[in-house]
Each structure stands twice: as structure tokens, then as C-alpha cells.
Write a protein of this length. Structure first.
Length: 69
């Protein structure tokens, strides 16, 4: 008995922009676009998703390092 394919897997693969670090996967780009597109009138591109991902990564790094005081 096989399980029905998950909607997560049925989305077409999105290409990762060339400037992306190695840890950014097509699935992460696709997921980011899927989550955030509803908040934007204009269609988001993979480059937009990459900018969002890198921004969150930078914020996480700053918070993890603390204030340094």
C-alpha cells in the first residue's frame, strides 16, 4: 500500500540562485516562496526568496552572538 504523495513534494523544483551558499536548497527556496508569496502582490522570484533566507540567517547569527556587552 503506497501513501498518497504529499503536496509538499508535488511542487515543481525551484532553481537556487548562483550566489546562494551551499546550504540553500531548491526545497528551501520553494518553501520560502510558498510561505511569503501570499503577502506580496508582485510574484516573488527565487532571488527574492534568497534575500529573505539570507536576512533571517544574518538575524539569527546576530541574536546568537548576543550584544557583546
Amino acid at each position: 500500500m503506497s501513501a498518497a504523495p504529499s503536496p509538499r513534494c508535488s511542487a515543481p523544483s525551484t532553481s537556487v540562485p548562483q550566489a546562494a551558499p551551499a546550504w540553500v536548497t531548491p526545497e528551501l527556496i520553494t518553501h520560502t516562496l510558498r510561505v511569503w508569496q501570499r503577502y506580496y502582490v508582485e510574484p516573488l522570484k527565487p532571488e527574492d526568496a534568497l534575500a529573505m533566507i539570507l536576512g533571517v540567517s544574518k538575524l539569527n547569527r546576530v541574536i546568537s552572538e548576543g550584544s557583546g556587552a
